[in-house]
Write a protein that binds this ligand. Sequence first.
Ligand SMILES: Cc1cc2nc3c(=O)[nH]c(=O)nc-3n(C[C@H](O)[C@H](O)[C@H](O)COP(=O)(O)O)c2cc1C
Length: 165
Amino acid sequence: MLARLNAVVREGFGRYVPDDDYPGKHGMREYAKREDFNFHHHAPTLIIASNKPNYENAMADCALALENIFLAAQSLGLGSCYINQLHWLRDDTGVREFLAELGVPREHTICSSAAIGFIDKESAAPPRKVGTINIVRLALGDEPNRVSHFRFPRLTLENFSGDDA
Ligand SMILES: Cc1cc2nc3c(=O)[nH]c(=O)nc-3n(C[C@H](O)[C@H](O)[C@H](O)COP(=O)(O)O)c2cc1C
């Protein structure tokens, strides 16, 4: 089944015209020309998250559901990866026809998917990107502001250095 889906996705990328400059989209079109193309990294399981197309939180809902799946996979000692290709090909007729055969509702938009498999080789944690996260710390009892009848703690904004985590 996944081999057939991979073949259908490969054909889809043959027709695919990227709608922006995102390098991954252009790279994937090139990669799909290769015989060894496999968009789900040969993982034995692919979980597809689809949703109502005119629902503003469609993508957020699906991304959160997949995040829970990634965390569950990690806790079970499994590997997982966010897989975007079905989202890019969500309007491709050939891909949608095959997904409909698999039971994905035709009226849904494809938000994302998760590949789940067995870890081949543990990868090292990548280095932290210093200075990219701002953390608001609550300092209780320090210079409280009175708003209505509540006392609010002072808020301080710090640039996360990544050293103290
Ligand atoms: C929205 C989103 C889409 C992604 N799509 C793909 C994908 O299609 N294929 C893939 O191999 N990895 C995909 N990834 C995984 C990233 O390439 C990367 O491995 C992951 O975000 C962890 O990176 P980090 O450790 O630098 O945060 C995606 C990640 C995100 C957040």
